[in-house]
Write a protein that binds this ligand. Structure first.
Ligand SMILES: Cc1cc2nc3c(=O)[nH]c(=O)nc-3n(C[C@H](O)[C@H](O)[C@H](O)COP(=O)(O)OP(=O)(O)OC[C@H]3O[C@@H](n4cnc5c(N)ncnc54)[C@H](O)[C@@H]3O)c2cc1C
Length: 293
């Protein structure tokens, strides 16, 4: 199917991109184009103008400082999967991205573009929520840091203004023994967003859980954190009974929709199973991690 006609702009800096977006409310930013070009082909969206991020040098990076991992706006999903720090320290993110579509899609699609779509069943979004990531957002009025928890407003709706450009994702590096895991229920096939997915990051002091972050995709109108289930784990020794309790709370606290793929009730049952399994897996990994950097 052919694309509708559009004007094409190739800015040389983020400032130029923001100015172009601000000057034309019908313009859209394009990164890998894996989502945007598809919706344009189906005439779900017909922006008058595309502002291409790929013309801006220096945005394709995955970099690490002592306490932060930074993923640039043009880092593809494959770039992130190949990064040695992601492989070693962020299995929740690696597993979430590795399940997306296929190599061809991951070679073009960016992680930043994925979360900017605001899809409730976005795999990277659930992982990044569990990792407590932040976004560096640039607009015509300057830069601001947006916690990822504040990005998601509704299905396919984010808190970004039309002229905002997300420059990078920032993820705090783990400082003490923690375990992470991501599990997704794929539904009918590998090329689809999950029916539901769960990501978890658990930290212990050697005995008790001192911090827990659990996030779900596809289980509400946005990706969500499960604060009540997290609270149930903190201060306690992680064991199967406790994990079952947290999983039951998770299934009570999610609000999935029914659609042609699955009923709300079926998704809620999946949440109980997948939260249980992701917590088991994350807690088993706490001792397996190698903290030598
Ligand atoms: C066949 C197929 C299967 C897929 N399966 C899955 C799956 O299982 N799980 C999953 O999570 N995803 C899945 N996806 C979605 C895919 O991961 C996303 O399409 C992709 O990540 C979007 O990234 P992109 O770089 O292509 O963004 P684009 O399509 O270029 O842009 C997407 C949106 O984000 C905006 N945007 C892009 N970059 C920025 C920025 N820096 N700042 C502000 N706004 C920005 C654009 O304006 C646009 O609205 C699938 C896609 C395809 C084609």
């Amino acid at each position: 199917m052919a694309l509708p006609k559009f004007e094409y702009l190739a800015p040389k800096s983020i400032g130029e991109a923001c100015a172009a977006l601000a000057a034309n409310p019908e313009a859209k930013l394009i990164a890998g184009g894996q989502s945007l070009l598809r919706v344009m082909k189906f005439r779900i969206m017909s922006p008058e103008c595309l502002v291409d991020l790929k013309s801006i040098p220096g945005l394709r990076y995955v970099e690490h400082e002592s306490d932060t991992l930074r993923i640039g706006a043009l880092a593809t999903q494959t770039d992130v999967l190949r990064d040695r720090v992601v492989i070693k320290e962020f299995p929740v993110l690696f597993e979430a991205i590795a399940r997306i579509a296929n190599t061809a899609v991951r070679n073009s699609a960016t992680v930043v573009g994925n979360i900017c779509v605001g899809h409730t069943a976005s795999d990277p979004s659930a992982a990044l929520l569990a990792l407590d990531a932040e976004l560096l957002v640039v607009s015509t009025s300057g830069e601001r840091v947006l916690p990822i928890a504040e990005l998601f407003v509704g299905h396919m709706t984010t808190a970004l203004e039309p002229s905002d450009v997300v420059k990078e994702i920032r993820i705090p590096r783990p400082k003490s023994a923690c375990g992470m895991a991501y599990l997704a229920h794929a539904g009918r096939g590998a090329m689809e967003t999950p029916l539901i997915a769960a990501g978890a990051v658990l930290t212990t002091d050697g005995k008790k859980c001192v911090a827990a972050r659990i996030a779900l995709a596809g289980a509400a109108d946005t990706p969500i954190r499960l604060k009540r289930a997290e609270k149930a784990l903190v201060g306690r020794v992680l064991g199967d009974e406790l994990i079952q309790t947290a999983a039951s709370i998770a299934s009570e606290d999610c609000t999935p929709d029914s659609d042609v793929y699955a009923s709300s009730e079926y998704r809620r049952r999946l949440v109980a199973v997948y939260v249980r399994d992701v917590l088991r897996s994350a807690s088993k990994r706490i001792d397996e991690r190698d903290w030598e950097k």
